[in-house]
Design a binder for this molecule. Structure first.
Ligand code: HEC
Length: 138
């Protein structure tokens, strides 16, 4: 009985054979991407310590990229080195972040969606390296 009611309802809603997929959530740079990059990447990609020539402190510097050129291609996460390095295994010296834990699935997904959605980064939003938060709190 319950099942019948359910199929009647889904038929009514037009969901019987085509599930409507939720579009990916719009990623918010300031509340989601910024803290992730600051905690996981800024330690080594900022003005005092610029690994591989890549400084991620400002939109302008991040878009300029590193020694390999651009690392963020808005709309194309799979062509963006910033995302690709997260998928590398530990046998690669360029797997990022280079910590043993690597990046969690959710973090990688977040950066993927952010790049796919155009990699918006408000012009005046500057990321703060962990070295500088420590200074502020001591
Ligand atoms: C502990 C320091 C450290 C952290 C943290 C770190 N990186 Fe790196 N990153 C490096 C080093 C060192 C290299 C150069 C690796 C090599 O080629 O051997 C590099 C290279 C890169 C490159 C290649 C740049 C180019 O132009 O070739 C990208 C992209 C990158 N990192 C992104 C990230 C991202 C995204 C994060 C955070 C998820 C991150 N890194 C966290 C040290 C770090």
């Amino acid at each position: 009985m319950k099942l019948k009611l359910f199929s009647a309802m889904t038929a009514l809603l037009g969901l019987s054979s085509c599930m409507q997929m939720e579009p990916p959530q719009q990623v918010d740079f300031v509340t989601e991407v910024k803290p992730l990059l600051e905690t996981r990447c800024l330690e080594c990609h900022q003005h005092q310590y610029v690994c591989a020539g890549l400084n991620l402190e400002t939109r302008k510097l991040a878009m300029k990229g590193g020694r390999s050129g651009a690392v963020i291609i808005p709309g194309s996460p799979h062509q963006s080195l910033l995302y690709k390095v997260l998928l590398l295994g530990h046998e690669s010296p360029v797997a990022m972040p280079p910590t043993p834990e690597g990046m969690e699935q959710e973090g990688a997904q977040l950066l993927h969606d952010w790049i796919q959605q155009g990699a918006t980064w408000p012009e005046n939003t500057r990321l703060v390296p962990p070295q500088e938060w420590k200074k502020k709190h001591s």
